[in-house]
Design a protein around this ligand. Structure first.
Ligand code: HEM
Length: 457
């Protein structure tokens, strides 16, 4: 497929090729041969771990093949940390995250105070800051009010996104000389930029670990944070090398959580600002799900109330289904695998085309290509419930373990802002920057806000 059509109209290019050539196609993208399959192979490719490796696929697509050669599985451990150390505490964590999200969203809302026409605001930056601060709280504990640490977390997430090629589709040099760009960026980022930006966070974690090694206990570490869980899971006070591992895991979780969630939050806000007809129903829902803080008597959003936000959940699911994702997750074949009319050689990158699941009339009915914000209300299909027909969080053993937290965070951020202001897009639209990577690259646009007469929160 020619680069021009692949980068500008990836969905049409892949879909047409699959229609014309059968259920499996091989396509060169950025000097790498990738196999793209249609929805008839989705379940098998994403869940048959014996021959389609999620870990090796993720490592290869992130331009970090060395990950699979490490003595411990980084991706497997991250999965375990989030599943066992984060998700079971989600209720408690959200109580801690709510004030952070409120501070940032109310800060944005305050910019429209007294304005008589909609005011432009820097949504993307505030979303990144709120996400970075909240994830630092979750990962390293209560010390995260430090602005420099928050800035470092944003930079780290962005730097890793760059090294992993997430922005590679956008730049002229990265598209024209992909291999040279990959090598050059990898060296620049891994040797210079990432160690420099990550040092502040690493030092903070290291200080906690060093004290644990000196005192033999973890009483000084926030018991709800990931670092505490990692030390406890280790079974004993970590050795020097185990401390290095723990520092690496914090890096991995910051990347996995901050960047992707921020991108989806921006998508949801922009879609909502364009499809403003859904706002009244969401505010009505907000007033019905609010709970009362027993200490202050003020209205609050808890995990339970967020779970009851069915209208918003449905809207988020519809945004994730319809934003045009093409390549979402990748697997690597661990042996020659027969598939359709072909045999895919060992060591190949392979991925199903997401649009063929997301907008498939066989799965979702004749109006599958229509955006219906409340389509999922009253069904058992939530934004986080994945299947072979909806998998923005991946599928199988390695599906995203952070998806429940991510959806709760998106809801919290959206409801907090729209509880105080009305939102609009300048010109009534936004621009998709990278149609080949709608997963990690948020759209561009200018969000405008104006104050509500009567705030809900
Ligand atoms: C809307 C936000 C998010 C999206 C769209 C997203 C999406 C994904 C996807 C597609 C995968 C690969 C799954 C596969 O290969 O089948 C993944 C893996 C992962 N995600 Fe998320 N994610 C999000 C938020 C988060 C958050 C908030 C966390 C942490 C709290 C997280 C932690 C992870 C981890 C640790 C992995 C690797 C685990 C593994 O492959 O087993 N993610 N995510």
């Amino acid at each position: 497929l020619p680069d021009a059509s692949l980068f500008q109209y990836p969905r049409q290019a892949y879909e047409t090729a699959l229609k014309n050539c059968g259920s499996v196609i091989g396509v060169y993208r950025k000097n790498r041969l990738e196999y793209i399959v249609d929805n008839s192979h989705t379940l098998q490719v994403l869940t048959n771990d014996a021959v389609f490796s999620a870990e090796q696929g993720t490592a290869a697509i992130l331009n970090m093949p060395f990950l699979t050669a490490l003595p411990r599985s980084l991706i497997g451990t991250l999965d375990k940390v989030v599943n066992k150390g984060v998700t079971p505490k989600i209720e408690k964590l959200l109580v801690k995250l709510e004030p952070i999200f409120q501070r940032y969203m109310f800060g944005l809302a305050a910019q429209a105070d007294g304005a008589n026409k909609p005011v432009p605001v820097e949504l993307v930056h505030s979303v990144h800051e709120a996400m970075a601060e909240s994830m630092l709280l979750l990962i390293i504990g209560a010390v995260c009010q430090d602005k420099e640490l928050v800035a470092a977390a944003i930079e780290v997430a962005n730097d890793i996104a760059t090294v992993t090629g997430i922005f590679q589709n956008i730049g002229y040099w990265s598209r024209t000389f992909p291999t040279t760009w990959r090598v050059f960026t990898w060296i620049r980022m891994m040797i210079f930029t990432i160690p420099w930006t990550f040092r502040k966070i690493a030092c903070s974690v290291w200080k906690d670990l060093k004290r644990a090694r000196q005192t033999g206990n973890t009483n000084h570490i926030d018991p709800d944070c990931v670092v505490h869980w990692l030390v406890k899971d280790n079974g004993h006070i970590p050795s020097f090398t185990e401390c290095i591992w723990i520092v690496c895991f914090t890096l991995g979780i910051i990347f996995a959580s901050v960047h992707q969630t921020s991108a989806v939050i921006v998508w949801v806000f922009y879609e909502l600002a364009v499809k403003r007809e859904y706002l009244p129903a969401l505010r009505k829902e907000l007033s019905s799900i609010l709970e009362t803080d027993p200490d202050t008597g003020k209205p609050v959003l808890t995990y339970a109330s967020l779970r009851n936000a069915e209208q918003l959940d449905s809207f988020i699911r519809e945004v994730m289904r319809m934003k045009g994702d093409t390549i979402v997750v990748v697997r690597l074949t661990t042996k020659d695998v027969p598939l359709g009319r072909y045999v895919i050689p060992k060591g190949s990158l392979i991925t199903p085309l997401a649009t063929l699941s997301n907008e498939n009339v066989e799965y979702w009915g004749e109006d599958a290509i229509k955006f219906i914000g409340d389509r999922w209300v009253g069904t058992d299909k939530t934004a986080a419930s994945i299947s072979a027909s909806y998998w923005p969080f991946g599928l199988g053993r390695f599906a995203c373990p952070g998806r429940f937290l991510a959806i709760a965070e998106i809801k919290l951020m959206v409801l907090t802002l729209i509880s105080r202001v009305d939102i609009f897009m300048e010109g009534g639209k936004y621009e998709i920057v990278d149609p080949l990577n709608t997963v990690s690259v948020p759209p561009h646009g200018q969000l405008l806000i104006s104050p509500l007469e009567k705030p809900f929160l």
